[in-house]
Design a protein around this ligand. Structure first.
Ligand code: XMP
Length: 326
């Protein structure tokens, strides 16, 4: 039997009961596979790697070593949440790597989107490899591969996996959720007790805010982008839109415009809002956001985010616009 193929009779995990029996089965299977050996996991804090971490913690406890790499391109509060949930609450063996300067130094002056992606991907592997080399006795590498990744049906997450490790660091793979669809992963995550904002999180690209801070990334624009994105997410939560809109985020271009702040001329960046709905990210439609919600977001961003004096709302569907701007 092809163990990368979903059996047509496989029941779709839609309830807590079904998720619980999946969890029980996986715990047995993971214990049988891993025995008393150690397993390494790159834990981004996204739903897939978080569910894999939570499963492995239940199955093999501190034989799991999680590595969370902060590349400086995560959203506000994300690294802190990974530490809180996994180290403080679930008592995971978690290595936190602050690689912010390293990534931002490598990216300095690089404006071409694909070059930025390559640098972020390659640097991630390098940081992860260095951490893996510091550890001894690791036999397994866990990954949050899910069924759509196997089917290669969409562009989402193509860059996430920790492929590309050198030959002497090839571990046996542990992929407990590889036959699950995203909605099933979420039910399993919820049943494992992970917080809602982790389980129902919108898709977030591997290169993170790096492809939303347009052109050559600078620390001041990146910080403005992170703050604006946090405001957008907070106001979507308050308006009950968070679960309804597939992906919503902000973008910051690398040019300024003239404005007026407190009676004085200001020459500052704009921020662009994007909020789209889609099934498979191949096409996307625009979510109509109520004007009062937009008004509140604009007001908060221009008053609370340093260096921003204008907010634009991108109404372009895909096609012709892609979801991301880079
Ligand atoms: P586009 O911009 O191509 O995006 O319409 C489609 C979906 O893919 C995500 N995306 C990425 N995900 N690495 C990722 O892991 C990337 O480099 C990347 N680029 C786009 C995007 O957020 C959307 O969900």
């Amino acid at each position: 039997m092809d163990n990368n193929k979903r059996d047509e009779n496989m029941v779709r995990i839609t309830t807590t009961e079904l998720a619980q029996s999946f969890i029980d089965e996986q715990i047995k299977a993971l214990r049988a596979q891993i025995g008393d050996k150690k397993v390494l996991l790159a834990l981004s804090g996204g739903v897939d790697s978080s569910v894999v971490a939570a499963l492995l913690i239940k199955a093999v406890g501190d034989q799991l070593v999680c590595v969370h790499v902060n590349h400086g391109l995560l959203r506000k509060g994300e690294p802190e949440q990974v530490i809180k949930v996994f180290r403080d609450e679930l008592k995971a063996n978690l290595i936190y790597v602050d690689a912010v300067d390293r990534f931002l130094d490598k990216l300095a002056g690089v404006a071409e989107p694909e070059k930025k992606r390559k640098i972020i991907g390659a640097e991630f592997i390098r940081v992860f490899e260095e951490e893996a080399r510091k550890l001894s006795g690791i036999d397994f590498l866990a990954q949050g591969t899910i069924y759509p990744d196997i089917l290669e049906s969409g562009p989402v997450k193509a860059h996430h996996n920790v492929g590309g490790l050198p030959d002497d660091l090839k571990f046996e793979l542990v992929e407990p959720i590889k036959l699950l669809f995203k909605d099933e992963v979420r039910v399993v995550g919820k049943t494992l007790g992970l917080p809602d904002n982790m389980v129902y999180r919108q898709p977030f690209p591997g290169p993170g805010l790096g492809v939303r801070c347009l052109g050559a990334i600078t620390r001041d624009r990146l910080e403005a982008l992170r703050e604006a994105d946090a405001i957008l997410r907070e106001e979507f939560d308050n308006a009950g839109l968070a679960g309804k809109v597939w992906q919503y985020f902000t973008i910051i271009p690398d040019y300024k415009s003239v404005g007026v702040k407190e009676g004085l001329r200001s020459f500052e960046w704009p921020v662009i809002i994007r909020a789209v709905n889609t099934r498979d990210a191949m096409t996307a439609t625009i979510e109509p956001i109520p004007y009062d919600v937009l008004g509140k977001i604009v007001d908060r961003i221009v008053h609370e985010v340093k260096g921003v004096n204008r907010v634009l709302y991108d109404l372009t569907p895909k096609p012709t616009g892609t979801i991301e701007w880079e």
